[in-house]
Ligand binder design. Structure first.
Ligand code: TMP
Ligand code: ASP
Length: 235
């Protein structure tokens, strides 16, 4: 599959056109950013790890009957995906308090939630991706009422699938972010990526962080954490 025109370059990925009008090529980069791009760095091998980890996790989601944009792997850092129009919402699901939820509600990081929390963030770099609620999303016409309900239900289903698969591998799924896209016929697909960049993953025995928080918080052993997640998923 030939790389066509570069359509979009984000912080962690590049998206290219291909010879197929219904498919894009996604290339995963080693670049890492945090705090809306204020902190920048490189994580050696991250592009390869996230490409393969996303492929495996999209596979679990597909097996459970939820459609994703993933078509096939093209190389160690490239995948072919279905062409979708991204819904400008980041859908975050949380099982344990961490990150911005800890500071927002004043509960210590690591506290389990009585039930999962689903949050919506407006995908807008200039605004720093603010937290919004369902009525904001409807008023701003980011999604319809039906889509908002589907997004929440589907995020919770994916949470169940990923929690189960990670738990078999002694990993706790603390929280994660999903993005969805629509096809011309209006159907919705899981898009973007699922990786240690977009999930908080803790070792079940030690609570050691095995995700991008090692980069965000300067904890060291960043590449090792991504490699360990892939090792457990492949093992
Ligand atoms: P938060 O606690 O910083 O709001 O992050 C919640 C989850 O969303 C966490 O698993 C990391 C993920 N995330 C992204 O994938 N992209 C982002 O830009 C941010 C801020 C968080
Ligand atoms: N990827 C986001 C950014 O640069 C934030 C994050 O993952 O923490 O800024």
């Amino acid at each position: 599959m030939e790389k066509g025109r570069l359509l979009y370059e984000g912080k962690a990925k590049r998206v290219y056109e291909t010879e197929r009008s219904d498919a894009y090529l996604v290339e995963f980069k080693d670049n890492a950013t945090a705090f809306n791009g204020q902190k920048r760095g490189q994580i050696e091998g991250k592009g390869r790890y996230n490409n393969r980890i996303s492929e495996i996790l999209f596979g679990f989601v597909e097996e459970a009957g939820i459609a994703t944009h993933f078509l096939r792997s093209l190389s160690d850092r490239e995948m072919l995906v279905r062409r979708v129009t991204i819904i400008p919402l980041e859908v975050v699901t949380r099982n344990i308090v961490a990150g911005t939820l800890a500071s927002r509600v004043g509960i210590a990081e690591g506290t389990p939630l009585k039930r999962p929390v689903v949050e919506f963030y407006y995908k807008n770099d200039d605004l720093g991706d603010p937290l919004i609620n369902r009525s904001h999303a409807l008023a701003l016409e980011l999604a319809t009422m039906e889509q908002m309900s589907w997004l929440e239900e589907t995020a919770l289903k994916i949470n169940g699938i990923l929690q189960r698969e990670f738990s078999k591998r002694n990993v706790i799924l603390v929280d994660f972010k999903l993005e969805f896209g629509s096809l011309a016929d209006g159907s919705l697909l899981l898009a973007d990526e699922i990786s240690p960049d977009t999930c908080r993953l803790w070792d079940a025995a030690s609570n050691e962080k095995l995700d991008k928080d090692r980069f965000r918080r300067d904890l060291g052993q960043v590449e090792e954490a991504y490699r360990e997640i892939l090792r457990r998923l492949e093992g």
